[in-house]
Design a protein around this ligand. Structure first.
Ligand code: DX5
Ligand code: ZN
Length: 222
């Protein structure tokens, strides 16, 4: 079944603990945490202290998406704060391979994030060091943007690269994911979906239905 990772970027920031608990109760598999520095992307969100404060509120894995540069000096702080998966953009440091190794040394899963312009070949020579692949279907920085269909072919290409490894590497998509675009992503080979707007719209009473809608019809038709 497709992994659903609600992005707390779209939650009520005055009630983050409550919001995290609500999406976990509504069936979320992971909590996606968007970290922005106002430098690598044109927006500022949150840092390791908030990740740490949130950690005790839920038990699902924290899928931490770092949109900061330089990224290396902050890996340890996010791991100590409770990040289970740490994903980085190749453009956020000089040595992607070294960064991935460091994330693993810290005991987290190492993810690589692809901006719309980043080619899949960036990881071609380091598939052994990658635990997760995250394809951005928007330019990073803000929630609520429209899904870029141009990225579907990249998802297909990365699916083939992952399959060739024989390893079970999650292929996640982030940006403009709604029930309609979710289906396109899964058809292209995605196994995990990040969604901010599509999960948090309508408030807590709608979260379970919103998450179900993203998973699509169950195989049994129920
Ligand atoms: C944007 C973030 C996304 C964002 C997605 O840079 O990486 O995770 O929250 O928001 P929606 O689902 O609203 O496009
Ligand atoms: Zn994200």
């Amino acid at each position: 079944m497709t992994i659903i990772a609600p992005s707390i970027l779209a939650a009520d920031f005055a009630k983050l603990g409550e919001e995290a608990r609500a999406v976990e109760a509504a069936g979320a598999d992971w909590l996606h945490v968007d970290v922005m520095d106002g430098h690598f992307v044109p927006n500022i969100t949150l840092g390791p202290d908030i990740v740490k404060a949130l950690r005790s509120h839920v038990s699902i894995p924290f899928d931490v998406h770092l949109m900061i540069a330089p990224v290396d000096p902050f890996l340890e702080a996010f791991r100590e704060a409770g990040a289970d998966i740490i994903s980085v953009h190749p453009e956020s440091g000089p040595h992607l391979n070294r960064t991935l190794k460091r994330i693993r040394e810290l005991g987290a899963k190492a993810g690589v994030v692809f901006n719309p312009s980043t080619p899949p070949e960036v990881i071609e020579w380091m598939m052994d060091e990658v635990d997760q692949v995250l394809v951005m279907s928007i330019n990073p920085g803000f929630g609520g943007q429209s899904f870029m269909r141009s990225q579907l072919a990249k998802i297909t290409r990365l699916r083939a690269m992952i399959d060739a490894t024989g390893r079970d590497i999650p292929l996640e998509v982030d940006g403009g994911v709604n029930p309609e675009t979710a289906r396109l992503c899964v058809e292209a080979g995605a196994t995990a979906l990040v969604a901010g707007t599509a999960v948090f719209k309508g408030g807590p009473s709608a979260y379970a239905d919103n998450i179900r809608a993203l998973r699509g019809p169950s195989p049994g038709g129920a």
